[in-house]
Write a protein that binds this ligand. Structure first.
Ligand SMILES: Cc1ncc(COP(=O)(O)O)c(C=O)c1O
Length: 454
């Protein structure tokens, strides 16, 4: 153990990482060949730059992904706990969604007109999440962007508030963090359109005094938050946090936007249903249509009335909301099938049972190896934290991270057929994840930790 006795020695981590990189390269000649070819016409050799953010020297190339298993071009099968970083949380190609897509694919992909089954899908959304009125976009990023625009237009206020360590997609005004108590644009952004922090207030998650101070001047249009932070480790709300957040936002006339894109793992109605949250606006993307590009945002009856009371003075197509393919026929078909046939209590029951098995297994492993780490869980989403106790905010969570250890463990697991999301220490359990896959993950993780302790 080293570095304040929180993890294995840096030299041991570096040596294991180097060995595992060589192992990967030897075992993946087809991927190496494809990478070389792809580099000719794709920037960074991939069609989307996040695909280079894995701990391998180059990515595996997918041949197929079905259920909880992914197959690559080099002939390996992986137990998938990344699941497209939540997009495939209900398993790859859930059969009801695949069937609905096949049916719809022969009957039109996009029309900029509502599909004939749109009313029923709205009913499903309202029943599932409790908000009566909905809109569709293609990504959660775009749903969040739209929610903030609506909030500003309805309240006539310019400011928004987010929590330090948040991620809500590539929404300019949310790419901010807290530095010495001040909002700052997050580092590494390409070409932000000005000072991203100019109209954004940033405070620590779980800090109710800071929240009240930030809302008190009545200039904040909306608070945008996840029920728990899931993009800077996992930071759960402290008891009473959400009730106070709702009370304070109401007191100061600020709209509350709850982004459930990741916390949908909590159950069929997300944390909103499970914990009785009462957002004015609700956002969900990624898995909501079984992995098809699709997101939704819902609004309360009161907010709908306020929006519909506003004068319709926008030039056609210039509301700043949505994109041409929003609510296309294919996405609508996938959304309906996912809500009606995939996101059932039985589906979530299986996911949660496997998540409990993993959580319990991790806790036992930590105890056996005397590791001062902790485990957190939101339904089917399990997070291993390298701090001794759960963090209360993004800063504490960031301080507990051990990025090189994380990368090395992920690479070690990948070389043994277990896939974890890069840049998260998160494991997601799908309806098809078998207990044996959970046990394989635990066994390989322990083997890595034993090697690192030698
Ligand atoms: C909580 C949350 N909201 C929104 C998004 C944006 O999703 P997308 O990249 O699909 O637009 C993410 C992405 O990770 C997220 O974690």
């Amino acid at each position: 153990m080293s570095g304040a006795a929180r993890g294995p020695a840096a030299a041991a981590i570096a040596a294991l990482q180097e060995r595992e990189r060589r192992t990967f390269a030897r075992a993946h000649p087809q991927a190496a060949e494809l990478m070389q070819q792809s580099e000719r016409h794709w920037q960074g050799g991939v069609p989307f730059h996040w695909m280079r953010d894995w701990p391998m020297p180059y990515p595996v190339f997918v041949r197929s992904a079905v259920g909880a298993t992914l197959h690559d071009v080099d002939g390996y099968a992986y137990d998938d706990f990344c699941l497209g970083d939540t997009g495939a949380m209900f398993g790859h190609s859930p059969p009801p969604v695949a069937r609905a897509l096949a049916r719809q694919a022969a009957q039109g992909l996009t029309a900029m007109l509502p599909g004939e089954r749109v009313a029923g899908t709205g009913t499903l959304l309202a029943a599932r999440f409790g908000l009566p009125c909905w809109q569709m976009t293609q990504t959660a990023t775009d749903a969040n962007r739209s929610a903030l625009r609506l909030a500003r237009s309805v309240t006539g206020r310019s400011e928004v508030l987010v929590f330090d360590g948040c991620y809500h997609g590539t929404v300019d005004e949310t790419l901010v963090c807290l530095v010495d108590g001040q909002p700052r644009a997050r580092a590494g952004q390409r070409g932000p359109p000005g000072d991203a922090a100019a109209h954004t207030r940033v405070i620590d998650f779980n800090d109710l005094a800071a929240l009240e101070a930030a809302l008190a001047d009545g200039r904040v249009a909306a608070v945008l938050c996840e029920p728990a932070l899931t993009n800077m480790g996992m930071v759960l709300p402290q008891p009473g946090f959400h009730a106070a957040l709702r009370r304070l936002t109401r007191r100061y006339g600020t709209l509350l936007v709850i982004d459930e894109t990741h916390t949908l793992s909590a159950g069929p109605g997300g944390c909103t249903r499970r914990d009785g949250l009462e957002p004015d606006l609700f956002v969900c993307g990624k898995a909501i249509a079984g992995g098809m590009p699709c997101a939704v945002y819902g609004m309360s009856a009161e907010l709908r009335a306020r929006i519909e009371a506003m004068p319709a003075n926008a030039e056609h197509g210039h509301s700043g909301l949505g994109t041409t393919l929003s609510a296309n026929l294919l996405a609508l078909a996938a959304l309906e099938a996912c809500l009606a046939e995939v996101m059932t209590d039985a589906t979530f029951g299986h996911m949660e049972t496997q998540a409990l098995r993993l959580e319990q297994g991790l806790l036992e492993l930590l105890a056996r190896r005397s590791l001062p780490w902790h485990v957190q869980r939101i339904g089917a989403r399990v997070e291993l934290g390298f701090g001794p106790a759960p963090a209360r905010n993004g800063r504490e969570s960031a301080a507990a991270m051990l990025p090189e250890l994380e990368r090395t463990l992920h690479l070690y697991l990948l070389n043994r057929g277990v896939l974890l999301t890069p840049f998260h220490n998160m494991m997601l359990l799908s309806p098809q994840t078998a207990p044996a896959a959970v046990d394989r993950l635990l066994n390989h993780l322990e083997a890595a930790l034993v090697e690192l302790a030698r």
